[in-house]
Design a protein around this ligand. Structure first.
Ligand code: SF4
Ligand code: SF4
Length: 329
């Protein structure tokens, strides 16, 4: 079946996708990562060389000082491997901003990066950590052998420092399906994760975010090579949720690439889908007024944000009431 375009579905529902304001300034610090997960939309890994340099980070700081962004959201790759990470976190810590670091966490178990645990704690950085599945074999299948046990160890260390317990030290986990299907109900899955992690390992976290795998990057390769691409796209299209579509994350986020280019979101960044032509394209041309109300650049991968409960960097967009006995994702 030929799936309809995202644009045509928005039109059918009279939705015009425009940014409202920039509340979240999301910086992709580079594509390097100590892992090389099977579903990674960045196609990150240890051999990637794209890393944000100090000059570009300084440009970001200037804009953060000038504008009233509510949240600074650091992503990658895993941001800790950027050689300027320690300095940048210390700088952000001096500013009264909410700072998020999206991490695979297991990087903090490596000798080279283990000192960062203290730095993150001292600066009260919110951690958003990939924890794809509550079952060990399914997490290791997606992320690599030993990752599940590594996550348990590092969360234990973080809990001892107050993460997931002290209200100023937030630790959120991210679930994403290990296969070609949509995530389950976020409320139900959070309860399940909390029960298993507390009862079996004595560890705690704040919230679970369920994120749909986007049909781009390595996940797209997987969908195509496993013959699942058409059926997955059909599933996303059939699950289109207009309420989620009105609140996708690009309406309040701006994404910055390692080389200082501006995008509507990290997904568009990875497929090099630029901002609309008439808009500033780089940190050097930053113009808040033009960017805040901009028309969003869309393509069919956007169905990943609008299916079911919707999906964003903060998890489901529209939370439904918990459904008893809903299946695990
Ligand atoms: S999914 Fe995250 S942890 Fe895995 S390779 Fe990509 S950036 Fe690294
Ligand atoms: S993929 Fe990006 S541009 Fe498309 S709806 Fe999602 S957040 Fe918006």
């Amino acid at each position: 079946m030929q799936t309809p375009s995202f644009e045509s579905i928005l039109e059918k529902h009279s939705i015009s996708l425009r940014a409202r304001e920039i509340e979240i300034f999301q910086i992709n610090m580079g594509k390097m990562c100590n892992l090389a997960c099977k579903h990674c939309h960045v196609e990150a890994g240890p051999n990637r060389k794209e890393i944000m340099n100090r000059e570009t980070l300084e440009k970001c700081l200037k804009l953060i000082d000038k504008h009233n962004f509510k949240t600074i959201d650091l992503t990658g790759g895993t941001p800790e491997v950027n050689p300027h990470f320690r300095w940048f976190i210390s700088e952000l810590g001096k500013r009264q901003k909410e700072v998020l670091v999206r991490s695979n966490l297991v990087v903090l178990l490596e000798n080279e990066y283990s000192d960062m645990v203290e730095l993150l704690t001292k600066n009260k950085i919110t951690l958003i950590a990939s924890f794809p599945h509550i079952q060990k074999d399914r997490t290791d299948k997606q992320r690599g052998n030993g990752v599940y046990d590594g996550l348990i160890n590092i969360i234990r260390i973080l809990n001892n420092l107050g993460y997931g317990i002290n209200p100023e030290l937030k630790l959120h986990l991210v679930h994403n399906p290990v296969g070609a299907y949509l995530p389950g109900n976020q409320i139900v899955l959070e309860q399940e994760y909390k029960k298993v992690l507390q009862n079996e390992y004595g560890i705690q976290f704040n919230s679970l975010y369920c994120i749909t795998n986007m049909p781009i990057g390595r996940y797209l390769n997987f969908l195509k090579s496993s013959g699942n691409y058409e059926s997955y796209m059909e599933e996303l299209v059939n699950a289109f949720n207009p309420a989620a579509a009105r609140n996708v994350m690009c309406v309040n986020t701006l994404s910055i690439s390692y080389d200082g280019f501006l995008y509507d979101c990290d997904f568009n960044q990875m497929i090099n889908l630029k901002l609309k032509n008439e808009l500033p394209q780089h940190l050097d041309d930053f113009d808040l007024e033009k960017l805040a109300g901009r028309e969003i650049s869309i393509e069919d991968h956007c169905f990943g944000c609008t299916a079911g409960s919707g999906s964003s960097c903060g998890g489901a967009i529209q939370l439904e009431p918990a459904v008893a006995n809903a299946p695990m994702g």
